[in-house]
Design a protein around this ligand. Structure first.
Ligand code: F0G
Length: 365
């Protein structure tokens, strides 16, 4: 890449950059918002928390066009839907899939319907669905109920389902693993990420394996998934009828890609673990306050998971598995903090008169 072409290169989306690894042809129209190419941020303070010469990087997926990782898969799913002549996409969502589907459908000029659990969507995501012009339907039930309805709708010829049960979504989301390998020069030793419907862990694992097969990487990472303690079906090995967590994005009791996620965990020598809501919020605060990276609560599950793994007093997925000295560790943070502003607790000070003395006193140093 020359300096002159660099900015343009960065604007190219997932389909243009990874065409040979995706189910697209010359006949596929490209519906893109320049997704992907998100920063892999070295985190010295997080590395120090792990210690023993380990290096931690955060893959900041909140910097995608609709501020979550979903855009990587949505560019492929919507492009393929348009190629097939579909006039409408539909999805169930905890908020980010719906925001992304709505944006890409708007870009494509087709209709979008999003089926959401009533009262359980973070405000930033809700605003996005309306802003992009989606038809929003709130159901009296949770995400799992919404996905059941969407599977039914998908049997009708008029709707393309763009949840991660659509393999085009998983195909696009693999691109995050490709970018990590390209940037590090190889796969990391460990990859930590939050798990909800389990599509993303499935996608990363597929991406790492494809890059190994293509000899772009020489090894595979161990995949470590983290569920919220109140919504942890894979960890407990049973569906959860009433999942609960502050991390509304991963409030899911019956993940669609359960079996594929289990295969990724097993084949990578990884593990699944849980983090509590308090741990999630603490990790969210810590990452923003120490590394300058503001993420939504679900995204902080990977960071909370890393802290849990480093807590010598507690059993955890990583400690059980063992973390080797000098490991390269990547944590995916899946969505931007502004998606869910209500999750951040703060007190505002009362205002002061506009004088230097008063402002200095208010600053307190
Ligand atoms: N993090 C965020 C911010 C999410 O929005 C999701 C899933 C996940 C993690 C979990 O990823 O489902 O592939 O295991 N959100 C979906 C949605 C369910 O509807 O937006 P997963």
């Amino acid at each position: 890449m020359t300096l002159a072409t660099a900015p343009r290169e960065q604007r190219r989306g997932v389909i243009e950059r990874y065409r040979e690894f995706l189910p697209v042809s010359a006949a596929t129209p490209i519906i893109s918002l320049g997704e992907g190419n998100t920063p892999l941020i070295p985190c010295p303070k997080l590395s120090a928390q792990v210690g023993r010469g380990c290096e931690v990087f955060v893959k900041y997926e909140g910097l995608n066009p609709t501020c979550s990782f979903k855009d990587r898969g949505m560019t492929v799913a919507v492009s393929k839907a348009v190629e097939r002549g579909m006039q409408a996409v539909v999805c169930a969502s905890t908020g980010n899939t719906s925001a992304s589907a709505a944006a890409y459908a708007a870009r494509a000029g087709i209709r979008c319907a999003v089926i959401l659990p009533a009262g359980k969507i973070a405000s930033g995501k809700m605003v996005q669905a309306y802003a992009y012009g989606a038809r929003v339907v709130a159901i009296e039930g949770n995400f799992d109920d919404a996905l059941r309805v969407v599977r039914e709708l998908g049997k009708r010829p008029e709707f393309a389902v763009v949840n991660s049960i659509n393999p085009d979504r998983i195909a696009g989301q693999k691109s995050a693993a490709f970018e990590i390998v390209e940037e590090l020069g190889d796969a990391p030793d460990l990859h930590l990420l939050p798990v909800g419907n389990a599509g993303n862990i499935t996608a990363y694992w597929a991406g790492y394996r494809e890059y190994l097969a293509a000899e772009k990487a020489s090894k595979l990472p161990a995949m470590l998934g983290f569920q919220a303690a109140g919504s942890a079906p894979i960890f407990h090995g049973k569906t959860i009828e009433q999942p609960e967590t502050i991390a509304s994005a991963i409030r899911i009791g019956n993940p669609a890609s359960w079996d594929l996620a289990k295969a990724a965990l097993r084949d990578s020598g990884g593990a699944i673990d849980i983090v509590t809501d308090d741990e999630i919020l603490e990790a969210q605060r810590w990452l923003a306050g120490h590394e300058g990276i503001f993420v939504e609560p679900a995204s902080a599950a990977s960071i909370a998971g890393l802290f849990k793994c480093c807590d010598t007093g507690r059993a955890s997925a990583l400690r059980t598995r063992g973390i080797e000295d000098g490991s390269q560790i990547v944590c995916t943070v899946t969505g931007h903090g502004l998606k869910d502003p209500d999750a951040v607790r703060f007190t505002t000070e009362s205002s002061v008169r506009p004088s230097e003395a008063e402002v200095l006193r208010a600053i307190g140093f």
